[in-house]
Design a protein around this ligand. Structure first.
Ligand code: SF4
Ligand code: SF4
Length: 113
């Protein structure tokens, strides 16, 4: 089993989940964070931290987001070396810098915030 990050993370990506994960198994994909299924210990600590209810145990993932199981797992199966997600404070500090990757993320995925 594992937990899965689904569509609501896109455009939000606030990294609150990373701050509570005991094994730091959230990684930076371009449009959202993803969970490495081989590292997740199924503790559930991240679920109540997410402001948009984007994280689900794999077996409770809503059908409309079924493809997100593979979206989370595929980079690791393919051996991609995604960066470990920064903790929230680091991400926010980065976001405050014009031209940073974090600032560019919100311009692309949630330009009105
Ligand atoms: S369920 Fe636990 S181990 Fe898995 S991603 Fe969430 S906080 Fe990390
Ligand atoms: S807490 Fe939710 S919205 Fe924020 S980065 Fe994690 S999964 Fe995405």
């Amino acid at each position: 089993m594992t937990y899965v990050v689904a569509e609501p993370c896109i455009g939000v990506k606030d990294h609150a989940c990373m701050n509570v994960c005991p094994v730091d198994c959230f990684y930076e994909a371009e449009d959202q964070l993803v969970i490495n299924p081989d590292e997740c210990i199924d503790c559930g600590a991240c679920v109540p931290e997410c402001p948009v209810e984007a994280i689900f145990p794999e077996e409770d993932l809503p059908e409309k987001w079924a493809s997100y199981t593979e979206k989370n797992a595929r980079p690791f199966q393919e051996g991609q070396e995604l960066p470990t997600a920064p903790y929230r404070e680091e991400w926010e500090a980065e976001r405050a810098k014009p031209g940073s990757t974090a600032a560019g993320y919100y311009e692309k995925y949630s330009p009105l915030t």
